[in-house]
Each structure stands twice: as C-alpha cells, then as structure tokens.
Design a protein around this ligand. Structure first.
Ligand code: GDP
Ligand code: IMO
Ligand code: MG
Length: 430
C-alpha cells in the first residue's frame, strides 16, 4: 500500500480535512505531522459536521490508527476536550497514538502569544492566539517540555516549575503582565496527563514497522505551504514545517518511504490573518465568494480574506511540495459567477513575474494580472463525473492545471464526502 502526503498549497483551509477523510477510507494510518490546535479541519459525513483541531481526522474510520507525531505541539486542555467530545458522539479514541517526542503547549505559551501580538501593533501577524509560536520557540531553544516528560508526574512538576519561573520573568518584566501560578497549572494539567498517558508511545517505531509491512499511511498536513516557517511568506507564517517535507521531519519516516504528494487548493484563494495577498478582493465579488464558500475560520471564526485563484503562488507551492497532483476543492462556490478570473502573473516594478517572491516586501508590490473566463452559471454540487461538469468548468480546470504545471486528480463540489469527483483514481490508491 502507499504512503501519501496531503498538503495545503496556499494559506490554509483548502479542505485538507475532507481530502484526508476521503483517502482514509482505504488507509491504515492517518498521521498529523506539524502544527497544533491552530488547525481547524472540517469533515462532513451525511448530516454530521466534525471539526478537528489536533486529533487526526482519520479517527472517524474504524480501522484507522490516528497518530499525533513528533512534529506536533499538543495543548492537553484542548486535546482532552476533543477526545471527550468525540466519545460523546460515539467515536472511541482508543486507536489514537501520540509521540512521546511531541511538545506540550502550556498556558504561558498562549499568554505570551497574545502579549507578543499586542506589543507588535500594526506589525502583528494575526495569529490564532493558541500559543503556537512561543511553544515552537521553546522547542527550538531546547527548553520545551515533551509528552514523555509530561506524563511522568515527578519530571513534569520539576520541569514545569522551572519553566514558569523563567516565563514569569518575561511576562512581568518585559510585558508588565500578571505572573502565572505554577501550582495551579500543575494541579490542572496533571489531570490531563493522566487521561493522555495511555496514548503516548514510540510513534516513529510504529510508523517504521507499518511502512515495512506495507500499510497505507496518509500524512495529514496542517496549515499550508505559504504558512511554512521556511518556504512561506515570512514573517506572516506559522511556526512549523507545513510543506510535504515536514511529513518526514515531523514523523521520523524517511523520504524514500513517501510515494505521493497530493496538494490541496481551492478554486479561488483565501487567507486568514495578516500579510500580503496579491489577488485579494476587497469589493463585492470578495464578499460574494465569502458568503458562497462560508469563509469563516474553523478555529477562530474570523472572516477569511477572499480572492481569485493565484497560479503564480500555486505553481511555486506545487513545486516546493513536489506535488504529484492537485485536489481542486470548493469549485461549486463559483457556480453563480458570470465570469471567473485566474491570476496568470504579477507585475512588480513594471516587470512581468511568474516566479513567486517569498520576500514579503516584494510580494506587497505585486499587482495581479488576470485572464478572464466565462462562468458556468449552474449548480454543480451533485455532479459525479468529470464529463458531466459544464464545459466552462472543465475549461477553467484545464487552464488552472496548465498554469500550475500539475495535473488535477480530485475535484470537490460540496462539503460532503460523496461530493467528490475523481479524475485520476490511480493517484488516490492507498
Ligand atoms: P482545512 O483546514 O484545509 O481542512 O479546511 P477547513 O475545514 O478549515 O475549511 C474548508 C471548508 O470548506 C469546510 O467548512 C468544509 O466543510 C468546506 N468544504 C470542503 N470541501 C468543499 C467543497 O468542495 N465545496 C464546498 N462548498 N465546501 C467544501
Ligand atoms: P488549517 O490547518 C488558516 C495562520 C493564522 C496566522 C498565521 C500564524 O485549518 O488550514 P499561528 O496561530 O499559527 O501562530 O498564526 O497562520 N494560520 C492558519 N490560517 N488555516 C490554518 O490551519 C492556520 N493555521 C495558522 O491565521 O495568520
Ligand atoms: Mg482549516
């Protein structure tokens, strides 16, 4: 069976959750490799809506083992809340495995996230406020607390008290904030540790053995390529390795074990938070897309910024991920448009540019140049076959695929699992 990475190609919320759920039907493992509960992945099964933040969406499939791997930062309060909510809906979490190497997100990370954001004024990033940056900063400066320590009460207490002492110095002296009481954090979090302990294991070994036994593994990317700490629109990024390569870094699975990469992207563009967004529509058309696509954040409820499909950005992200094919989602959202536009290139300082600039000071100067195509003006949400899509929609897809130099393997025409058109079934084989 295959090892397949599912990765977002823009700034997040491309419907990775739906695509992972679609593949998970035939998989043995679904693995989250990066980020934390700043992610919000939605899966709709019949009339049931599930929103996942840290738990891999594969947990909805009875035979799938859902792995939270080394590269994830896990907020125990949120995670146990997610587990309890799933249990209430009849989903047993006993097939969840958490890496002992994953870092623990604690209340001081959340507090420092908001203090840092507030202190930046106009330069703020627009984070989700979940403490992600400060938690990864501790990991990189080798002062973080890992799951293996968290579930050992003696080690956790010792590490927590020493961390809080140092964090309180920053919180009070630099930001003038209120110190955190280590004892009360310990009392609250030791209860979460009790609940989480049975899930913590050596996931690297688990996945290595699974690969040797030819299990089918789906790697569930969180956030997206332009939010990647190295390859995104820095500093308006998140703090983890979101690109497909992150699947190896964040799990311990070697690059030679990855068979395919499926890049997920909407038929238009969205972004949450600050930072340049060349094809953003600040007019009535942007509002129409937001309404039709219900473009409000799964995690924070913030209205998402909307715009036209940006082939310059997607050609770049398809390349940095080595995308084998693209899952093109939310095509139905454009059903009502008279015409649809694709950004074919940028103009920067009077020059035609087809290579995406990751220096945001250059990107901020980019003027998008569009190609306009006729819309299809028809409800496509129940179309099951590519050949049954209106010719205008097929032409739109063909042109996108040509511009991003990547074939399309799936088209999404609605939220539900069954509102998925398969163009290349070989690409989806597990
Ligand atoms: P993720 O973070 O990439 O998993 O994406 P989100 O779940 O945050 O956002 C995608 C949204 O689009 C969710 O509300 C999905 O239910 C919805 N969705 C997914 N695929 C489609 C589609 O093909 N058409 C429509 N209209 N909605 C979709
Ligand atoms: P999914 O997995 C959309 C954005 C935030 C902010 C920036 C940094 O659902 O696609 P952070 O809290 O990570 O430090 O915020 O990254 N961001 C996302 N935007 N979808 C996401 O996840 C996101 N995760 C982070 O809005 O601009
Ligand atoms: Mg999301």
């Amino acid at each position: 069976m295959a090892n397949v990475v599912v990765v977002g190609l823009l700034w997040g919320d491309e419907a990775k959750g739906k695509v992972v759920d679609f593949l998970a039907e035939d998989a043995d493992y679904v693995v989250r490799y990066n980020g934390g509960n700043n992610a919000g992945h939605t899966v709709v099964v019949d009339d049931q809506v599930y929103k996942f933040h840290t738990v891999p969406v594969g947990v909805l499939h009875p035979k799938v083992t859902a792995v939270v791997a080394d590269g994830v930062v896990l907020d125990p309060q949120i995670f146990t809340g997610e587990l309890n909510a799933l249990k209430e809906r009849g989903i047993t979490p006993d097939r969840i495995k958490i890496s002992g190497n994953a870092h623990v997100l604690l209340p001081y990370h959340r507090l420092i996230d908001s203090l840092e954001e507030n202190s930046k004024g106009e330069n703020k990033i627009g984070t989700t406020g979940r403490g992600i940056g400060p938690c990864y900063a501790d990991k990189m400066s080798r002062t973080g607390i890992r799951m293996c320590e968290f579930v050992d009460p003696v080690r956790f207490r010792e590490r927590l008290f020493s961390c809080i002492e140092r964090k309180n110095a920053i919180i009070t002296n630099i930001y003038g904030g209120e110190a955190i009481d280590a004892e009360s954090v310990y009392e609250e979090y030791k209860v979460y540790a009790e609940q989480i302990r049975p899930y913590v294991t050596d996931t690297t070994k688990l996945l290595y053995e699974a690969s040797k036994e030819c299990a089918g593994i789906v790697f569930e990317g969180a956030h997206a390529s332009l939010l990647d700490i190295d390859h995104g629109t820095y500093p308006f990024v998140t703090s983890s390795h979101c690109v497909a390569g992150g699947a190896c870094i964040g799990t311990g699975v070697g690059p030679t074990m990855i068979d395919r990469v499926i890049g997920v992207v909407k038929a238009y563009a969205t972004r949450v938070g600050e930072g340049p967004f060349p094809t953003e529509l600040l007019d009535e058309t942007g509002e129409t897309i937001r309404r039709a696509g219900n473009e409000y954040g799964t995690t924070t409820g913030r209205p998402r910024r909307c715009g036209w499909f940006d082939s310059v950005a997607i050609k770049y992200t398809s390349a940095v991920n080595g995308a084998s094919c693209v899952a093109l989602t939310l095509l139905d959202v454009l059903d009502g448009m008279d015409t649809v536009k694709i950004c074919t290139h940028y103009e920067i300082d009077g020059k035609k540019v087809r290579d995406f600039p990751t220096d945001v000071s250059v990107l901020a100067k980019a003027t998008p140049v569009y190609e306009e195509m006729p819309g299809w003006k028809r409800d496509i949400s129940e179309v099951k076959l590519f050949s049954d899509l209106p010719v205008e929609a097929r032409n739109y897809l063909a042109r996108l695929s040509e511009l991003i130099e990547t074939p399309i393997c799936i088209v999404g025409v609605g939220k539900r699992r069954d509102q998925t058109i398969v163009l290349d079934s070989e690409m989806l084989e597990m």
